[in-house]
Design a protein around this ligand. Sequence first.
Ligand code: UD1
Length: 381
Amino acid sequence: MANKSLAKPHEETCILVTGGAGFIGTHTCVELLEQGYRVVVVDDLSNSSEKAIDRVRAITGTDAPGQRDRLTFHEANILDRAALDRIFSAHDIDAIIHFAAFKAVGESVEKPLEYYWNNVAGTLALCDVARAHGVKNFVFSSSATVYGEPDFVPITEECPKHEATNPYGQTKSMLERILTDLYIGDNEWNVVLLRYFNPIGAHPSGLIGEDPKGIPNNLLPYVAQVAVGRLACVGVFGDDYPTHDGTGVRDYIHVVDLARGHVAALDWMGGKVGTGAPSGPDAIQGQPAEDGSRRGVGVFNLGTGTGSSVLDVVHAFERACGKQLPYEIKPRRAGDIAENYAACEKAREELGWTAQYDLDRMCADSWHWQSMNPEGYATAQ
Ligand code: UD1
């Protein structure tokens, strides 16, 4: 079966966003709606809140009469094929942005079956139902984790993938392979693998942001919760790495920039920007469709190109919240690498996308969200 066309105006295009109530998902819904797209969210709310969807409506004006049907929410798990089938039947979906996944690295080591089942089997179910409805435009939420211990920094898309050190990372790597094989088996597929570096920050409205359940595993939500008084002290995992201050260096990217990278990827898939020549050992340039929509597998890093250490982040957050934050040096965390940051030329050249916001702005927006919503969505109206 042929694939849907993306070579048409945003206003006529409907995007299914799985995991659309989550941190990156909500921000991507906002950018899609602001660019005129219609959006259908499917989310099982296992690590998110429907209040986040209400906030997306408030930001984008899709809570107004006459606008509401531009955003539809379905509470469903992507493993539920019958529910997916109903959703694809009810909406004329053109493309999928697939965020829905479990994402806690430590937990994935404890619960590999749950991670492989939810992330891998869930994506297979989604692709199968999508294919049955003739939807083969697919943007996948991948991660820089697929590079493992990178051969070099800045990490280009040419950098070979290495074995992930945990089941979460394995699911990302495996799904990249699976989606590539879908294209190899059926050249109607149009797949983009977006390898995120470390998304942080929040929408400048302060209405949506990261709201992890329990004690955060990742640095930024942890620092934000120390700043707001929910946690006592930041643990800095190692100060003896070969970096400028000994603490681990990452490429933090504002979640709004990251979300815009998805909108750029859709334009690229529709043949509206770029030459169609993504590079790297994992990319495949296919034969475009007659309407100019691309076919193949595009691979893009989404980062800023700037590395910041753990202490750089703590100090930037101190500037944002206007107070000193207690921190303590702890032993290295197993599986961490010293340094990881992106080369961003490929996304700039092909997608016409570059990150706009710096670390200070990321921390300012994160603090705005955290201080307006100290308990996340739990107490939100
Ligand atoms: C982690 C995952 C990565 C995943 C990403 C998305 C690992 C090894 N990697 O990236 O696969 O895609 O999250 O969420 O878990 N740090 C502290 N104190 C803390 C927390 C973190 O010092 O309380 C340090 C870490 O050692 C690291 C940096 O902060 O140097 C960033 O850590 P984190 O936010 O967990 O992200 P990554 O480990 O880069």
